[in-house]
Ligand binder design. Sequence first.
Ligand SMILES: C[S@@+](CC[C@H](N)C(=O)[O-])C[C@H]1O[C@@H](n2cnc3c(N)ncnc32)[C@H](O)[C@@H]1O
Length: 261
Amino acid sequence: MESQYAKKHMAWLNLFTGMHYGARYLKNRWREFLPAENFEYVEKMSKLLFASVDETCTNKRALDLGCCVGGTTFNLAEKFDEVIGIDCCKGFIEFCEELKKNGKATIYSCEEGDLDGEMMAEIPDSIDRSRCSFQLGDVQALPSDIGTFGCVVISNVIGRLENPIKVLRNLPGLLDDYGICVIASPHDPLEDFTPKENWLGGFLDKDGQKMKASQTIKDILSEKMELIQSVEIPFVLQYQAREIGLTISEVQVWLKSPKIS
Ligand SMILES: C[S@@+](CC[C@H](N)C(=O)[O-])C[C@H]1O[C@@H](n2cnc3c(N)ncnc32)[C@H](O)[C@@H]1O
C-alpha cells in the first residue's frame, strides 16, 4: 500500500506541476470566475526577471533557490547561459531531470477524490534545456564552490525555511556587481517550517510594534543592495477540480550595485 509520505509527495508534485506547467489548461476552465493572468505566475516572474536584468552585468549564470518543479529554472535559460536549480525535495529534482531529458512529462491533477486528470508539461523548443542543471540540496547550506551569479531567484521559499535570515544575508555574496536578486513571498509564516524566534515578521516586537516580513527583508538587503522594484504576482494552486486557492506574493527586485558595499 502506498505510504502516507508518497501520497503527500504526489499531492505536492501535482499542485506545483499544475502551477508551473498547467496554466494553458486551467486558465480556460475557470476564466469566468478568475482572470487568466492569475494562472501565469511562472510566465510573469520570468518577464519581470528579464525586464530587470541590468545589461552591465556580464555574469550569465542564474540560480533558482527552491526551484521546485523547475518552471522558472527552464525559463531562465532563455537569457542565461547556465542555470542551476536547487531544491531539497528529491521527487521535484527527479521531475526536473525527466523534463530536462525529454522536454515533456505527463502531469496529474486531482480531479475528485481518487480520480486524476492528466495534462502535459512541455518546455518550448526555443529553450536550450542543456543550459539547466538541477541539484538536490539545502539552500541554507549551499556548496562552497557554487560561485557567483548574474541573477538569483528565491520564490515562495523564504517563509518555508528554518533559518530565513541566514539565507537573506548570504544573497548579496552570490551576486556579481549589477546582478539582480528576486525574492517573492506571500509572507505567510508557519511554525511547521520556521521556529517562531526565526520569523521575519507576523508578530509584535518588544516595544509592541508590528513586525512585517516585507520590511525585515528590506532592512537586511538594503545594507548591500538597492531595491529597484516591488510588485505583486498572484498564483493559483488547484487542490481538486473545483477547489482552487489564490495566493498573492510580494516580489522585490534587488540590484547588487557597486555603489553600496
Ligand atoms: C512553495 S514551493 C515554491 C516553489 C517555486 N520556487 C515557486 O515559486 O513556485 C517551496 C519550494 O522550496 C523548497 N524548499 C523548502 N525548503 C528548502 C530548503 N531548505 N532547501 C531547498 N529547497 C527548499 C520546497 O521543496 C519547494 O519546492
